[in-house]
Ligand binder design. Sequence first.
Ligand code: AMP
Ligand code: TRP
Length: 332
Amino acid sequence: MKRILSGIKPSGTLTLGNYIGAISKFVELQKKRPEDEFYLFVADLHAITIPQETALLRKRTRDVAAMYLAAGIDPERTVLFIQSEIKEHAELGYLLQCFTYIGELERMTQFKDKSKKGETGLSSAFFSYPALMAADIILYDADYVPVGEDQKQHLELTRDIAARFNNRFGAFFTVPEPLIPEVGARIMDLQDPTKKMSKSEDSDKGCITLYDDRATIMKKIRSAVTDSVGIVRFDPENQPGLANLITIYAALSGLSPAEVVSKFPGPGYAPFKDACADLVADAIGTLQKRYEDVISSGTLDAILDRGRDVAGKVAFKKLEKAKQKIGLGRKR
Ligand code: AMP
Ligand code: TRP
């Protein structure tokens, strides 16, 4: 039996990128691996590394949990919880900072991008965030961590930190492996296919959120930037905008990019764009309906309470042992 764990920050609005790259893959994995254990959490401690508004943060935290359920995770088979309700994350996060080099954190793309943009007032927690992420994972001895491409570097650092601890104190933490999807690990902005689709982008024409209505989705996909070649081909290098739409179509339909291409012999992109827009609008429409069902069922709190209790026990034991290894406190 393996333990599979992942998390999403409740900062900004969930996007089609989150759904394709992370949420839907988690659901698929759960269906494919009936013998494994699934841990899933809302990373609210990560969200506050960037300033958040109190009421909105609280709302988004619940929304992310509800959206996971709407996407089809099985509440019976998932330990679903809110990160900040388990104190051990922050505590192990601190301990792991003591085993993480400043140079390693400085090499993280997410940090480099923000500091390159000249953003001032970045918190020190934003800088040390990857040590907290490592704690989230190894606290539970997770074997596999399904994430999108942008988290690969953080996972590599997590592996290094876990291995470093193990070298020093003897085998203690499981060294986790990332699971990055073959199709859809990096959905790009519809207006600028060189940029990742992201919930914190200013212009939202390039970003489809899981709360957009059908008309908005149709408009955003129809006006997605493509090229003047006029033939539907999967060529990420020369036709990046089109390749992104093909990837979206492939991920939502379960077809390969080549199979998608063969359905649209062309010429022109309009029929393909229309079909793609319909597919996305159907998928998001279904998700929204199920999201409403989850909210109105009133079961969310009970699920989150159970998740907190189960995860809390595992986390408590592991952290106590880690502190003993390091030599903190009195010997027990
Ligand atoms: P975040 O919203 O940054 O907490 O990301 C949550 C999950 O969604 C992570 O596994 C990310 O890798 C994934 N993700 C975020 N944006 C995208 C995107 N544009 N394409 C694919 N996966 C994404
Ligand atoms: N850092 C991740 C993101 O921005 C969210 C996250 C936090 C996470 N802790 C995690 C993902 C642990 C997987 C495992 O997307």
